[in-house]
Design a protein. Sequence first.
Length: 189
Amino acid sequence: MLVDSTRESEGVVVGLFHWDTFYITDSYSWKNGKLKTVGLTNAPDQGFFYGANWKTEVTFSENFKHASISSRTNYFSFSDSFTNNTKSLIELPKVIGTHTNSADGSTWNLQKNGYFIINGECTISGTALKTNFYYRVVNAEATGCSDADKNNTNYGGVVVAFNYKGKIYLNGVFKNNSAILRVNVPIVE
């Protein structure tokens, strides 16, 4: 889960990898020590759902060391807990080059200036710019998608590199008004 309270919109991005599902919120406010969000995009493995009035609640504990999130709509509910792993994030210049996901054959080419090209379900290109503790993407382009409805030029998103259980991963989540694209590539050193 990524929480950036300095973003005007989409300040909470949740990736539930064990369910292959992503949630991105529209707006948020702090109430009674909890982060309340309104507007939620849900992109499970197959599908795309949006509710302008769907809400989530994020509760933090131990001085932001732990967080839990929950939501319930007419169509689904979810809850999960997270530990703050900001220290496991890796600066993108440390993972420049071309990386291949052996599980699905997708590739991610990352250049020194943050420009990237990803070849997988779609060809996604854009530039990742350093923002606080992660990298933000504005106006990425997706072409040649296996689902032609995902071809578009106005994707925004988040890119992070991180260490998880001794392995380094490069992960991107990109969203527009009709789709969420996600890419996860292990870095082989």
